[in-house]
Design a binder for this molecule. Structure first.
Ligand code: GDP
Length: 294
């Protein structure tokens, strides 16, 4: 997903490497190229502005860093700014009392249920006792999909197909999960094709009932800035602690990864890199910055 950014930045980097001096023309040209690259990659416009302003400010009175030539100095500034925009790597938080409940929210089709299975599998591979549960009373197929996934990796799945009230269902599955001696419970919630108030109210009620340690928004990278705008609404209404970016293996332009942290103020914690259960990894800002700069 970062191919476009990598390609565009490689042009900038090549030009800078050839530059002998940090004169105004070189810098202006580099900033213009960076702006174009970020916009073409669908980075949020305010983030682009911040990125350029920060670099400009650092360049004022910048001396060439010892051991680097002029171009390399600017490249180092770009790398630092990429890290700044992406933020630090932030692992999952743990609750004081087990199980740590991780609630996944997001629209239908973003990969939420698949991600619940992947995250459970990831935590299991770290040696934790993990279970999954669904609070979706509207789409029994979603709960079935989750349990089939859980079964395939030998993890317990807590559902109750008879219960048609989402809050009562939540109470029941949480009770069962608490009795199972788990370290982590991944709570998959209902999604809709579009945001609606009823769903938001339901999610807030579930949140108040179970006090999740993490509320992670599952965002489809292919949806670019639309995904960020939707996540923003979720954040305002439900309060997010992070994002999981799915379908990073597709041909998304990558701008979403650079925008989440700045626009929402919460980190990307994991990325989905394929349809299989193991196609899932923690988000490493430093590796992304390195990849973008080739
Ligand atoms: P939900 O409606 O949000 O629960 O979405 P699902 O979990 O049912 O996923 C929707 C589709 O996206 C399925 O076909 C998944 O296989 C696919 N999917 C989920 N995550 C990824 C990913 O990281 N990469 C790719 N290529 N496909 C994914």
């Amino acid at each position: 997903m970062f191919e476009l950014l990598t390609e565009k930045f490689s042009n900038v980097v090549e030009k800078l490497k050839r530059a002998k001096k940090l004169d105004e023309k070189t810098v202006d040209e580099a900033l213009k190229d960076i702006r174009r690259a970020l916009i073409e990659a669908d980075v949020n416009i305010e983030v682009v502005q911040k990125f350029l302003n920060d670099i400009k400010q650092k360049l004022v009175g910048q001396e060439v860093i010892k051991g680097l030539n002029a171009g390399e100095t600017v490249i180092k500034l770009i790398y630092d700014e990429l890290l700044n925009i992406l933020g630090k790597e932030e692992p999952l938080k743990k609750a004081e009392k087990t199980p740590t409940i991780i609630m996944l929210v997001g629209l239908q089709g973003t990969g939420k249920t698949t991600t619940a299975g992947k995250l459970a599998n990831y935590l299991k591979s770290k040696g934790f006792a993990v279970g999954v549960a669904s609070t979706d009373v509207r789409r029994p197929a979603a709960a079935k999909q989750l349990c089939t996934l859980a079964e395939s990796i030998n993890l317990p799945c807590f559902v109750d197909e008879e219960e048609k009230d989402a809050i009562k269902l939540t109470e029941k599955v949480i009770e069962k999960a608490k009795n199972a001696g788990l370290s982590y419970l991944i709570l998959d919630t209902a999604g809709r094709l579009h945001i609606d108030q009823e769903l938001m109210d339901e999610l807030v009620e579930i949140k108040n009932k179970v006090h999740p340690t993490e509320i992670l928004y599952v965002a489809d990278a292919m949806q670019g800035q639309d995904a960020i705008n939707t996540a923003k609404e979720y954040h305002e209404k439900v309060g997010l602690t992070g994002v999981i970016l799915t379908k990073v293996d597709g041909d998304a332009k990558g701008g979403i990864a650079l925008s989440v942290r700045q626009v929402l103020g919460v980190p990307i914690k994991f990325v989905g890199v394929g349809e299989k259960i193991n196609d899932f990894e923690p988000f490493h800002p430093d590796r992304i910055a390195q990849r973008i700069l080739g």
